[in-house]
Design a protein around this ligand. Structure first.
Ligand code: 13P
Length: 249
């Protein structure tokens, strides 16, 4: 296990005011000495960010948003929220490039603008990359990942404010995770790609896709992983706590 581990909860379009209270149990855990090296970040829907910030204010848990608009400046973009608004909400992180947003139109070019605007606002970025099942079947995984790295990060200088989240699309919400050997090799390949592109030796890479309290011990065998981006299982505090406990043991 690497030193600091990220546990990033992506609540997607789930959660209400009531469910926020269950997070108190996670806050309690985060204060236990043993779990201090767990960097817990909650990314709830925009409407719950303020609630979360209030709840976690006396802990080291931080809060992020799940997406941002590409425009740095305010504008006529109904329903959208840009990095400036996220920053002023008090959130510190933003997820960008999630496959659920790539399917609705986020190209690598748009993602590039989003990352640039987020970094300008001093937000930390959780940059999601990953191949679809079809791309995997055609042996295009590395081609796709390289392209997501090169185009998504075009003209962005090497920095430590980006966490790379490898999320194979075929694993998200399916209960299927990659074979451990394959995942280990994939993380190695991604690190190499980032090194070639940025000359960055130790990028932070986390894994996402069907992480749960049952498969976490298996996933945790990969020492080069810096943490996990958890969808479904993060909405239930007991499951999320189990994941943290089994990782930091
Ligand atoms: P699941 O953990 O529900 O598969 O979701 C993963 C994910 O998309 C996190 O961003």
């Amino acid at each position: 296990m690497t030193n600091n581990m990220f546990f990033i909860a992506n609540w997607k379009m789930f959660g209400d005011f009531k469910s926020v209270n269950s997070v108190k149990k996670v806050i309690k855990l985060s204060k236990i000495k043993k779990y201090k090296k767990a960097q817990i970040i909650y990314c709830p829907p925009f409407t719950l960010i303020d609630r979360f910030l209030n709840l976690v204010k006396n802990s080291k848990i931080t809060v992020g948003a799940q997406n941002c608009h590409y425009s740095e400046k305010p504008g006529p973009f109904t329903g959208s929220i840009n990095s400036d608004l996220i920053k002023s909400s008090g959130a510190k992180y933003v997820i960008i490039g999630h496959s659920e947003n790539r399917v609705t139109g986020d190209t690598n070019q748009i993602i590039n603008l989003k990352i640039k605007s987020a970094l300008k606002k001093k937000l930390k970025v959780i940059y999601c990359i990953g191949e679809t099942l079809n791309e995997k079947k055609k042996n295009k995984t590395n081609l796709i990942l390289r392209s997501q790295i090169i185009h998504g990060l075009k003209n962005i200088k090497k920095n430590n404010s980006i966490i790379f989240a490898y999320e194979p699309v075929w694993s998200i919400g399916t209960g299927i995770i990659p074979k451990i050997n394959n995942l280990e090799k994939q993380i190695y390949d991604i690190k190499n790609m980032i090194f070639k592109f940025w000359k960055l030796k130790n990028p932070k890479i986390i894994y996402g896709g069907s992480v749960n309290s049952k498969n976490i011990s298996e996933l945790n065998k990969i020492s080069s992983i810096n943490g996990f981006l958890v969808g479904g299982a993060s909405q239930n505090s007991k499951n999320f706590i189990d994941i943290i406990k089994k990782t930091i043991n």
